[in-house]
Design a protein. Structure first.
Length: 209
C-alpha cells in the first residue's frame, strides 16, 4: 500500500554517481510517514542523503545498486540509517523486471526466519527516483561477485570456510522451501510460476502447489 511521504533528500544533479537519488521528491511505501530529519539550527546541517556509493556490476548486476546514508523522521522519531537503493537499469540482463515484485517478496519474508533486509520505500513507476526502484535497509557483509567461481569471498576461501558458506546457503534455501507461502500472503506468485514451451507456445501447466 503506497502512502505519501517526503523521501530522503536531494542529491546534486551534476553528480553522475547520484543516479536516481538526485531528486527531492514525495513518495513512500509502508505504514509510517517518513520526512527528512531537520537538525537543530545551532549545528551545521547535513544533506538528508549523503555518502552515496555506486555498486558495480561485479555483484548484484541484474539491478542498479546505490549505497547511501540518510536522515529522516518516522513516528518513532529522527533516524540516521545506512540504506540501499535498487533501481531498474537502463539496459538489463533480463527481458522483464518487476521491482514491485522484488520489494513485496522481500517484505513478506521479513520476520519469517530467513535473511531478508527491511524494505522501506517503493517507487514502482519511477515517478520520484527517475527510475523504478525501491529502498531497503543495508545489511553489512561480504557478497560474492557474479564471477563467484573464480574470484571473491567463495573462490578465495579455505576449503573449510567454503564448506561453511555453501552449507549455510543450502540450509537457508531449505528454510525458504519450508515456508508457508500462503500464510505469508504470496498467492500472487502462483500464476507467475506458469511457463510456456517455446516450440508450440502451449502452457506447461507448471505452478506452485
Amino acid at each position: 500500500m503506497e502512502t505519501d511521504a517526503e523521501t530522503i533528500g536531494q542529491r546534486n544533479r551534476q553528480d553522475p554517481a547520484a543516479g536516481p537519488l538526485c531528486r527531492h521528491s514525495r513518495a513512500g511505501v509502508g505504514p509510517e510517514t517518513r520526512t527528512p530529519h531537520r537538525r537543530p539550527s545551532g549545528r551545521r546541517r547535513r544533506r538528508p542523503v549523503w555518502d552515496v556509493r555506486q555498486v558495480g556490476t561485479a555483484a548484484g548486476g541484474s539491478n542498479g545498486t546505490l549505497l547511501f546514508r540518510a536522515a529522516f523522521t518516522t513516528a518513532a522519531g529522527a533516524q540516521e540509517r545506512e540504506l540501499v537503493l535498487r533501481f531498474l537499469p537502463v539496459e538489463g540482463l533480463f527481458h522483464a523486471y518487476d521491482v514491485a515484485g522484488q520489494f513485496n517478496l522481500q517484505r513478506a519474508l521479513e520476520g519469517a526466519g530467513v535473511p531478508a533486509p527491511p524494505q522501506l520505500w517503493l517507487d514502482s513507476e519511477g515517478r520520484h527516483l527517475q527510475r523504478p526502484g525501491y529502498v531497503m535497509a543495508m545489511v553489512r557483509g561480504v557478497g560474492p561477485p557474479m564471477t563467484w567461481m573464480t574470484s571473491g569471498v567463495i573462490a578465495e576461501a579455505t576449503p573449510d570456510g567454503r564448506r561453511r558458506m555453501t552449507t549455510s546457503y543450502v540450509h537457508t534455501l531449505a528454510k525458504l522451501h519450508a515456508l508457508d507461502w500462503r500464510a505469508l500472503g504470496l498467492e500472487w506468485l502462483e500464476k507467475r510460476a506458469e511457463g510456456r514451451v517455446p516450440s508450440n507456445g502451449k502452457s506447461t501447466g507448471i505452478g506452485i502447489r
